[in-house]
Design a protein around this ligand. Structure first.
Ligand code: UDX
Length: 440
């Protein structure tokens, strides 16, 4: 068992801490936000993530998971320190490393013996070396020759299935610079490795790049199918069958070939921008990544056009919107297509009634500036009452089970925009709706 400190108790930090406790480690999660730490000690989880609450409570109860605001003691008492703080996008598209390097400084301040410092946050290539240099500079100024290692161990967690993704990942990536660090990190992940999950052990730079290359590739894959979907609409082809036909080729795989209103979330948009910036900084523009970012913005605007082209003037019309989070099983609205789409619809004069099973709290904040035009409802049936059209932006499973006859009776109009392709055209049209989806 290793003693691990996780600095930053946000989404990644908390999931990582709870899951490492599940692997048998003794973990201390640190955050400077006192209210968050006190809440966690009382079993209040600040984010919506299936399974996280039970895991946190279980290991807190068994004293394998601790919470503190005291980074000094946590650093002193731990052998492995994970950096899991935010790396927001700066104006120029690059990732802001302020918090990461601040943690590095804190570690250097309190280091009291050999430590392994692990970058868990998604950081651009070169950050591991920067962390190392930051700590080294501070130590050498104090004539302190304590040794330490820096490791890059990127995460591949999807919101909504983060616990499972951590416990049973496809691979565990370790960027290491010493045999000692490799040995300890292999021990930390001995449980999943014992279940057959492979390690990829490489240098810091390669590990950092694997994360960006993987995320940008998935963003590109979604964008590709979105573009094929748009073309399908013009030529009378069905994108669902195309994705199926493509996906049967094992080299392509059927995953991440669902067309929609554009990708969102805390990772893909941010990571694609950061990778594009790294390319530009190295005088090697990544044209596909640059175009992915542009095409994803265009996709959201295509959805807006699809609504206004079909409904005509939106002034005074009301849309019942089902789902505003960037995907189901999360309350996260970061970069959600709904942010751009609803704002544009309101600007065109529409009124919006929204229902989202988890996104109301965040949605109220995000749409506060247009709150006189955006009403939140307690369920899907209230949201579609007396509206001119229904608009599905997130594929929450419950929307698939909606009573179509009932909503048809409750609605004023008959426009049905299914931008996640959760229904079959024939079934919706049979109820008397005018059906619009993506690429079919
Ligand atoms: C992603 C990566 O999957 C994960 O490995 C990484 O660590 C963080 O970023 P996440 O953002 O939680 O995870 O969601 P994901 O399920 O990957 O979906 C991202 C976006 O792409 C969503 O907006 C989703 O709706 C969209 N998407 C996904 C599609 O439009 N079509 C698809 O086929 C798949």
């Amino acid at each position: 068992m290793h003693k691990i400190a996780v600095v930053g108790s946000g989404y990644v930090g908390l999931v990582t801490g709870a899951c490492l406790a599940e692997f048998g480690m003794e973990v201390t999660c640190i955050d400077r936000n006192i209210a968050k730490i006190n809440g966690l000690k009382n079993g209040r989880i600040p984010i919506y993530e299936p399974g996280l609450e039970q895991l946190v409570k279980k290991h807190f109860h068994h004293k394998r998971l601790h919470f503190t605001t005291n980074i000094k003691t946590a650093v002193e008492e731990s052998e492995v320190i994970l950096i899991a703080v935010g790396t927001p996008t700066k104006e120029d598209g690059s990732a802001d490393l302020k918090s990461v390097l601040q943690v590095a400084e804190d570690i250097a301040k309190y280091i009291n013996g050999y430590k392994i410092i692990v970058d868990k946050s998604t950081v651009p290539v070169g950050t591991g070396q920067k962390v190392k240099q930051t700590i080294r500079n501070i130590l050498s100024n104090k004539n302190n020759n304590t040794s330490f290692d820096v490791v890059s161990n990127p995460e591949f967690l999807r919101e909504g299935s983060a616990i499972n993704d951590f416990l049973k990942p496809d691979r565990i990536v370790l960027g290491v610079e010493s045999k000692m660090a490799e040995k300890v990190m292999r021990e930390v992940y001995a449980v999943p490795n014992g279940h057959g999950i492979p390690f990829i052990v490489t240098n810091l730079e390669t590990a950092e790049m694997i994360k960006y290359a993987a995320n940008a590739f998935l963003a590109l894959k979604i964008t590709y199918i979105n573009e094929i979907a748009n073309l399908c609409e013009r030529v009378g082809a069905d994108v669902k069958m195309i994705a199926e036909g493509m996906g049967m080729d094992h080299r392509i795989s059927p995953k991440f070939l669902q067309p929609g209103p554009g990708f969102g979330g805390s990772c893909f948009p941010k990571d694609a921008k950061a990778l594009a910036k790294t390319g530009r900084d190295n005088s090697l523009p990544l044209t596909l990544v640059e175009q992915t970012i542009i095409a994803n913005e265009l996709q959201k605007h295509r959805m807006i056009e699809k609504i206004s082209n079909n409904m005509g003037d939106l002034k005074g019309k009301t849309l019942g919107v089902l789902g505003i989070t960037f995907k189901p099983e999360t309350d996260d609205m970061r970069e959600a297509p709904s942010l751009v789409i609803l704002e544009a619809l309101v600007r065109k004069g529409a009124y919006i009634k929204v229902y989202d099973p988890a996104g109301e709290k965040e949605g109220r904040l995000r749409f506060n500036h247009i709150k006189d035009k955006v009403v939140f409802c307690q369920d899907e049936y209230t949201a579609i009452k007396e509206v001119d059209g229904i608009l599905i932006l997130t594929e929450w499973p419950q929307f698939k089970k909606i009573d179509l006859d009932y909503i048809k009776n409750q609605m004023k109009g008959n426009y049905f925009f299914d931008f996640r392709n959760i229904f079959e055209r024939s079934a919706i049209e049979a109820k008397g709706f005018q059906y619009y989806c993506v690429g079919r």
